[in-house]
Design a protein around this ligand. Structure first.
Ligand code: MD3
Ligand code: FE
Length: 203
């Protein structure tokens, strides 16, 4: 159940399953306070993935660029706090992968409906790239792809399923990655969506 995808990238199959009873209700509470929205890229495209955030800071994009901010631009209020169930899951996964000191302050929540995708990109809006990133997949399965440090490096594909967790640190932290168009399906607890929680040390 523990697989190395690349140097520093560890896939923990099903690691989130024991946390699901606490994580799913907490997710619903966060979304009630900070609803999913389709953000616009600096290039003017509306993203097919709907997003929200919790934690001290949230990742946002609009015509002026990508950044982390303490306020939800839709409501003008601070992002909801990181639920204790989210924090417990992120810390347990990071510890399992060899990062016992991980202290996430931002959790991006991505919602994929059938057809939604995330093009190949790097995560580099965080201040300190020495922190790992912990990613939790929930709901419908997705095809995740990742390459290397250059956009044209060859990509490898992985199926990420409900409950899978990936911890990205070290050399893999800045690898290009993305998610191919979500296929339709029906997940027993989440329905026709995939949710991804991405925990980061952003500030
Ligand atoms: C590899 N999200 O929000 S999570 C993102 O499934 C993002 O929603 C995807 O990429 C999703 O930025 C992928 C897995 C992931 C997250 C961060 C990474 C893979 C990564 C950072 C470096 C390398
Ligand atoms: Fe990313």
């Amino acid at each position: 159940w523990r697989e190395t995808m690349a140097e520093g990238a560890i896939l923990l199959r099903g690691f989130a399953l024991p946390f699901e009873d606490r994580v799913l209700p907490a997710l619903r509470e966060v979304i009630a306070q900070a609803p999913f929205r389709h953000m616009v890229t600096p290039g003017g495209y509306t993203m097919s993935v709907a997003m929200s955030n919790c934690g001290a800071a949230g990742w946002v994009t609009d015509r002026s660029g990508y950044r982390y901010g303490r306020l939800d631009p839709e409501t003008g209020r601070p992002w909801p706090a990181l639920p204790s169930a989210f924090l417990a899951l992120a810390l347990a996964a990071a510890t399992e992968a060899g990062y016992p000191d991980f202290r996430p302050d931002a959790c991006l929540i991505n919602r994929y409906e059938p057809g939604a995708k995330l093009s190949l990109h790097q995560d580099k809006d965080e201040r300190d790239h020495s922190h790992p990133i912990v990613s939790v997949s929930l709901g419908l399965p997705a095809t995740f792809q990742f390459g290397g440090l250059n956009r044209n490096d060859p990509v490898r594909k992985y199926a990420l399923r409900h409950g899978d967790v990936v911890v990205w640190g070290g050399p893999s932290r800045l690898f290009y990655h993305g998610v191919t168009e979500l296929k339709d399906g029906d997940h027993e607890s989440l329905g026709r969506v995939r949710i991804n929680l991405t925990f980061r040390g952003a500030l």
